[in-house]
Design a protein around this ligand. Structure first.
Ligand SMILES: Nc1ncnc2c1ncn2[C@@H]1O[C@H](COP(=O)(O)OP(=O)(O)OP(=O)(O)O)[C@@H](O)[C@H]1O
Length: 270
């Protein structure tokens, strides 16, 4: 997408959102006055230390929680409407697959639930199996797959209804470094082919820089937007790009700005 955001269409608008957990007397403000837009086809990462409210913010966007104040609008509608019409897919850190269903059957599940015709969606599922590189494993059960393969199934399942938006909550953080890098690259390929809008939660600065068009850094207690960083590394990103001076400069600049202003513990952020 073009880096000139004034030319882009707003897909998600988060406006003055605060989130308070707990009952009277024991209330904790987890998010305070969060406002930002996500543009169509944009890859936005929510980056910050553990406990700053990244997952809470993603859950608010996905209508899994309701904000204490402020509002979220997705494609001009309340997240509830958008969720009911399956206009976004979600991938969590844990792939949450059904053990008794094969890879194909797990990917088919949302299509089945929506009452779509199997003869029609077979082709869709075949394409998704190709996209995530699991065609050879389509009849395997989740317990026969590695963690990375299971996460690929979860991604394919989230894409099965072809939603314009994908919400991803630390989807690669439980994977080894090699699998993580491979899946990060594959996710960019999927994004390039399908033009999804992606909101991605991570606490890894290199992961956010590699994947994103923009990075929203959150500070903790309460979670607030600390700073927003456009990532000017172009669209055609390769694994080799991680060794480039511009990549290192970008990660260093985010790390420095984060530590300078928040005084955060370096061990808290990757
Ligand atoms: N349902 C809940 N009830 C009460 N407190 C909650 C609830 N969900 C989250 N919290 C609190 O909100 C804060 C933010 O949690 P959240 O999971 O959003 O952070 P995070 O930035 O995603 O952290 P991590 O990177 O460790 O996953 C934490 O202090 C957490 O304990």
């Amino acid at each position: 997408m073009s880096s000139d955001l004034s030319q882009q269409k707003v897909e998600i608008s988060v406006d003055g959102v605060s989130m308070i957990f707990g009952k009277k007397g024991k209330q904790v403000t987890v998010l305070q006055e969060i406002s930002f837009d996500v543009y169509q086809n944009e890859f936005v990462s929510l980056l910050g230390p553990s406990g700053c409210g990244k997952s809470t913010l993603l859950r608010l966007m996905a209508d899994l929680l309701q904000p204490s104040s402020g509002q979220i609008i997705i494609q001009k509608e309340h997240p509830r409407e958008v969720r009911l019409r399956r206009k976004f897919g979600i991938v969590f850190q844990n792939p949450t697959l059904f053990e008794w269903r094969t890879v194909r059957e797990n990917i088919e599940l949302p299509l089945e639930v929506m009452g779509q015709d199997r003869s029609v969606y077979r082709t869709v599922v075949d394409q998704l199996l190709e996209t995530v590189g699991l065609m050879k494993f389509k009849d395997y059960y989740p317990w026969q797959l590695s963690g990375g393969m299971q996460q690929r199934v979860a991604i394919a399942r989230a894409l099965s209804l072809d939603p314009p938006i994908l919400f991803m909550d630390e989807p690669f953080s439980a994977l080894d470094e090699f699998t993580k890098e491979k899946l990060q690259y594959e996710l960019l390929e999927i994004k390039r082919k399908t033009n999804k809008t992606i909101v991605f939660v991570t606490h890894s600065i290199p992961e956010a820089v590699f994947l994103s068009n923009r990075i929203l850094v959150l500070s903790a207690h309460p979670g607030r937007i600390h700073s927003i960083h456009p990532v000017e590394l172009g669209e055609g990103r390769s694994l080799q790009m991680r060794e480039s001076a511009s990549f290192h400069a970008m990660t260093a600049s985010i790390r420095n700005c984060f530590y300078e202003e928040s005084g955060a513990n370096e061990n808290q952020i990757g």
